[in-house]
Write a protein that binds this ligand. Structure first.
Ligand code: SAH
Length: 423
């Protein structure tokens, strides 16, 4: 979602004649696009702001947009008095106001809902992977999560607006569409005639476009994984066989305190249904360890679910208390040392599964999407349908944007391969 927001901000300024630079000391405007999900991310923003204020040109404008702006609000100006603007994730389209009035302080952390989508100019050229937000905010009040505070209540964009964006992306270079939402599979839009549109309708409509070869979506909430959507994995070959379905914890007690009221049995049932819809599907998850009150036994149950589902490509985090959340004031907060120990155990197991899965791909042919050259310029980086990085030697002539690659080697982090000869 932040990648998308960053692209739109860049498009907005490019439309006003500005050019992007990586050189802080040369920039006329410096924008930090921020994430507030964990305290560490917020802390990093403020230390970066401290560095930037020393490195930037004296008259360069600088500020923050996104969730840290919303979290900190006017307090950001107190901490870094040189800041010129603080704009929340639903008000960054107001950025041009600071260009028009550079001597003012611009603060807007309002939850404007879908307003920004009408205000932002379209990008002239789409990246090969086009991120298309289909909703804003989230109605699941997970007790650890700051997102409902920073991005507000859940609102789905209209079916027609989303499809308009998809068409534009397809016409300007997109090959893969990634639908975005905090609760993306909960997408539900009712038009003026009362017709209801779900994520499965968006996928079906998008798949009709010849230019679009791959479709995915993130991130999903387990109980919103409805049968119509599961069925898309059976019927729509462009939908990638890979799904991030965060479970967060394998302990029923912890899930209840997280206010994620699904049973483990139901979760497993959904995974089984997905596997029977598409036998080559792989699942990844997000995990939080050290949630308030998590016992050794609770943590063991998380390890059990990892063993059961064999998640690939997962994200795991130490619980981080956040303002405006219920869990931050719960009793029995877990000491950092225990969180770190549990995270190391979980990570090492997740890495082992990832390595085994990567090794199991050796000898297979996977249809991959070109991402760009690697740092050395000697290799090309592709993405497999499971979002693994696959590296091949540079080739002479045209680089295919999509190609079958035969996987020749693998380790925990990536795959090696070569362009497969046609069968
Ligand atoms: N709806 C989005 C939420 C974004 S946050 C999603 O489901 O992906 C992404 C992940 O960050 C969450 O799934 C959760 O595992 C983790 N996370 C959220 N709040 C956290 C916190 N307070 N401490 C640690 N990890 C957190």
């Amino acid at each position: 979602m932040n990648v998308y927001d960053g692209q739109r901000i860049a498009a907005m300024l490019t439309a006003r004649g500005m050019k992007q630079t990586d050189d802080v000391s040369a920039a006329d405007i410096i924008i930090l696009n921020t994430c507030a999900v964990r305290a560490k991310a917020t802390d990093k923003v403020f230390s970066a702001l401290g560095r930037i204020r020393n490195a930037k040109k004296a008259d360069a404008l600088f500020g923050i947009v996104g969730c840290v702006a919303r979290e900190a609000g006017a307090d950001a100006f107190r901490r870094i008095p040189e800041l010129n603007f603080v704009l929340g994730p639903q008000s960054y389209h107001k950025l041009p106001e600071i260009l028009e009035n550079p001597d003012t302080k611009l603060l807007n952390i309002d939850l404007g809902g879908l307003e920004k989508f009408d205000e932002l100019p379209q990008m002239e050229k789409s990246p090969a992977v086009a991120y298309i937000p289909i909703q804003e905010g989230c109605n699941h009040c997970c007790t650890y999560c700051i997102v409902p505070y920073t991005r507000g209540r859940e609102i789905s964009r209209s079916f027609n607006d989303v499809i308009k964006d998809v068409n534009h992306a397809a016409q300007t270079g997109a090959i893969e569409i990634c639908f975005l939402g905090q609760n993306v599979n909960g997408y539900k839009y009712t038009d003026s005639d009362g017709a209801i549109y779900r994520l499965s309708d968006l996928i079906r409509e998008t798949a009709k476009l010849d230019a679009i070869k791959r479709i995915r979506f993130t991130s999903s909430y387990p109980t919103e994984m409805t049968d119509d959507l599961i069925d898309m994995f059976r019927t729509e070959p462009k939908l990638l066989p890979f799904l991030n379905l965060p479970i967060q914890s394998g302990s029923q007690n912890v899930l209840t305190r997280m206010n994620r009221p699904y049973s483990l049995d139901l979760y497993i049932d959904i995974v089984d249904k997905l596997k029977s819809a598409r036998s080559d599907i792989q699942i990844s998850s997000d995990f939080i360890v050290g949630f308030p009150g998590e016992t050794d036994e609770d943590f063991e149950q998380t390890m059990d679910i990892v063993k059961r589902v064999r998640y690939i490509n997962s994200y795991s985090f130490k619980y981080s208390p956040r303002p405006h959340t219920a869990a931050a004031v719960m009793p029995n907060q877990i000491p950092e040392s225990i969180k770190a120990k549990r995270l190391a155990i979980l990570d090492s197991y997740l890495n082992e599964i990832q390595r085994d899965f990567n090794l199991s791909c050796v000898g297979k042919k996977l249809n991959c999407l070109y991402e760009g050259p690697d740092k050395t310029g000697k290799h090309l980086v592709y993405r497999t349908p499971y979002m693994q990085q696959c590296i091949i030697d540079s080739i002479d002539g045209n680089i295919p944007s999509m190609t079958m690659i035969e996987i020749t080697a693998a380790n925990k982090a990536s795959l090696r391969g070569k362009i497969a000869k046609p069968d």
